[in-house]
Design a protein around this ligand. Structure first.
Ligand code: FAD
Length: 348
């Protein structure tokens, strides 16, 4: 098979990453869990248990179905596929019984191994998702950042393949997404540290964090914004606080009626939203690639991580929903931003 570009979305053990010779530095696991869906002979101790080995849980959906088991293993480092016997032994070590588990529909192992590809691009090979970063699943962030990797890369790759943008556009993928992945690795490692068997010092740290999380501002503006990825800001230079941040999903009023901003992004094409007099911005040389929409918006411009910002007179939104240029009465910088992100102007 021959291909112009190859994107490795093949998970943490990525064959594509290994074959491309991309390093995957990081930290070995310090804790290991089995997670499974099984049938059970004896009524177990439902709910979550913390003990010297770690955290464990048994649950069943209200409407029945298999029992969901999560149990921390006594030892870290097993590389073989987990078996029913492994699960039984792990349960006995924690609960003193295996509750007569049988008929598993799934058994898998996960750890807090934390690693990140040294480069998200090597020539014509790119990595996205777990192929580019693995970490403990605390906070449910892995799928989210993996999808955001793909959304950041997809439109750039399409433009390079169509030759509307130079190949160098692909370098912005690593530049933008690698720091986001590194931050998630850091916050998951911090959370693993907080979950360790609480000696007095860990307990003091847990209590301090609990106090912080009781406060609205740190909880919403820092922790929630970080864990949801809503605080991501790509470094697109100095300027209005919206620059490089995710465009809020505003309720606009247009000549065709009310419209949500994100509806405009469904076609994965860039959008220039103009809140000034219709017709004042001329993007004819990019009209084949960029939608120009005249709109009104009277409400507040509020972003999850930074709060209310000054209303711009225009915004250029990339297909991944991030703001590439912010207008303040003038067109200053617009042509440069259009060229940087969506290729040179078409010949007249
Ligand atoms: C217990 C647990 C709970 C989690 N909970 C959450 C959560 O709540 N929220 C969240 O955002 N994330 C969560 N995650 C993380 C999330 O599951 C992963 O980040 C996400 O699945 C990664 O997606 P991916 O497509 O990059 O990789 P994968 O899901 O690993 O998909 C890779 C795919 O590539 C295929 N593949 C691999 N090699 C080859 C090959 N050689 N040829 C062909 N196909 C191949 C695989 O079969 C697989 O289908 C959790 C993870 C765990 C372990």
């Amino acid at each position: 098979m021959r291909t112009k570009y190859l994107v490795g979305c093949d998970g943490g053990r990525s064959l594509i990453r290994k074959a491309a010779g991309i390093d995957f530095p990081g930290w070995d696991p310090t804790t290991s869990h089995l997670i499974a869906e099984v049938e059970i002979a004896k009524e177990p101790e439902w709910g979550i248990r913390h003990d010297a080995i770690g955290i464990h849980g048994l649950s069943r959906l209200e409407d029945g179905g298999p029992v969901r088991v999560m149990v921390t293993e006594q030892h870290v480092g097993s590389t073989s596929e987990p078996t029913l016997r492994d699960l039984r032994e792990a349960l006995i070590a924690v609960f003193g019984t295996d509750y007569g588990i049988h008929s598993p529909t799934s058994i898998s192992r996960f750890t807090d191994m934390t690693r990140q590809a040294a480069s998200y691009r090597k020539g014509r090979v790119l990595l996205a998702g777990d192929a580019a970063h693995v970490h403990y699943p605390v906070g449910g962030q892995g799928l989210n950042i993996g999808v955001q990797d793909a959304v950041n890369l997809g439109w750039k790759l399409a433009q390079v393949v169509k030759q509307t943008s130079p190949e160098s556009l692909l370098d912005t993928y690593h530049a933008e997404r690698h720091p986001v992945g590194a931050r998630v690795l850091r916050n998951t490692m911090a959370q693993v540290a907080l979950m360790r068997r609480p000696d007095d010092r860990v307990k003091a740290l847990q209590d301090t964090m609990s106090e912080l999380l009781d406060m609205d501002e740190p909880r919403k503006r820092f922790f929630a914004a970080m864990m949801s990825g809503l605080d991501v800001r790509y470094d697109l230079g100095e300027g209005h606080p919206l620059l490089g941040r995710r465009m809020p999903d505003l309720d606009l009023v247009t000549a065709d009626g009310p419209l949500r901003v994100f509806t405009l992004l469904h076609g994965a094409r860039p959008v220039l939203l103009d809140f000034g007099h219709p017709g004042r911005l001329d993007i004819t040389p990019w009209a084949d690639r960029v939608q120009l929409i005249s709109a009104e918006y009277a409400g507040a411009w509020e972003l999850p991580a930074i709060g209310v910002v000054a209303a711009p007179t225009a915004v250029l939104i990339r297909p991944d929903g991030y703001v590439a240029w912010v207008g303040d009465q003038t067109e200053f910088g617009l042509a440069d931003a259009l060229t940087t992100w969506f290729g040179p102007p078409a010949a007249a």
